[in-house]
Design a protein around this ligand. Structure first.
Ligand code: MG
Ligand code: MG
Length: 263
């Protein structure tokens, strides 16, 4: 069931979103060659605790997961797309890092993700990150009252494909509110003018996950295909190509989309 939020509830979600933005910014600032994802996780955990908020990922266990998630952040490096468990392996020069963070404050959830490169960047990776951010911006711009849910996936998907990128199969955004994952599902590729009508009060996590097209070690694998690590969580490209992820929690208002997880 899709639940619309009041103006006051959206304001409360903005406060949760601020905490998530601050945690991501602190983790981003701490990220460098030689720093471990587990250290970034601790940085984000401290920001969330200081704000009186509660991490949304820690202990989260959807029905498909073999174990509760053990981190505050998802840290997905290089060919890991999303859901990476923060490891103790130091980041290497040129690693492409995606960090995803969720937190609850006063019963409301925020969810956001950023991608970046540590050390000496390969220009191709910078282009993938910039295109993922642009795909997110286009998806957000399409989240307007009077539009349709499919407009968002059309904006994201058509841009990503026009740039030659893959899009992680079977994964997209979601409604968000008192729970991190609410209805509706928000596909990253769809047809414009289709799906539910977008109305003020609808709050969505919009999150493109882009993959370098035809850049992997396995030419037999499709650009969108993935596999899970033995940990049951970390989701990697089947081709071995690198991926980037960018996400904001966005409220649809009478005046258009408002990003609740902006810094
Ligand atoms: Mg997220
Ligand atoms: Mg999300």
């Amino acid at each position: 069931m899709v639940e619309l939020k009041t103006v006051g509830e959206i304001e409360a979600m903005r406060e949760a979103g601020r905490v998530v933005a601050a945690a991501l910014a602190a983790a981003r600032d701490a990220a460098a060659v030689g720093v471990t994802p587990r250290e970034l996780d601790a940085v984000a955990a401290a920001v969330i605790a200081d704000a009186g908020a509660r991490p949304a990922f820690l202990g989260y266990r959807p029905e498909w997961a073999p174990t509760p998630f053990p981190g505050v952040l998802c840290v997905s490096v290089n060919d890991a797309v999303v859901h990476g468990i923060p490891s103790g392996d130091p980041l290497g020069d040129g690693d492409l890092v995606s960090i995803d963070c969720g937190a609850y404050l006063d019963g409301w959830c925020g969810d956001s993700a950023i991608s970046f490169v540590v050390g000496t960047a390969n220009p191709r990776d910078l282009r993938l990150v910039a295109d993922t951010d642009e795909a997110l911006a286009r998806g957000i711009a399409a989240a307007r009252p009077g539009g349709r849910l499919g407009d968002i996936g059309s904006a994201i998907g058509s841009f990503a494909r026009s740039r030659g990128h893959g899009l992680l199969a079977d994964h997209g955004g979601h409604g968000i509110g008192r729970a991190m994952h609410e209805d509706p599902d928000v596909p990253n590729e769809s047809r414009p003018g289709r799906g539910m009508r977008l109305r003020p009060g609808l709050v969505l996590a919009i999150e493109p996950m882009l993959i370098h097209g035809s850049r992997g070690h396995r030419p037999d694998a499709g650009d969108d295909d993935y596999r899970h690590d033995p940990d049951g969580w970390t989701l990697r490209t089947l081709s071995g190509a690198r991926a980037a992820h960018s996400e904001h929690t966005v409220a649809i208002t009478e005046d258009g989309p408002v990003v609740l997880t902006a810094a």
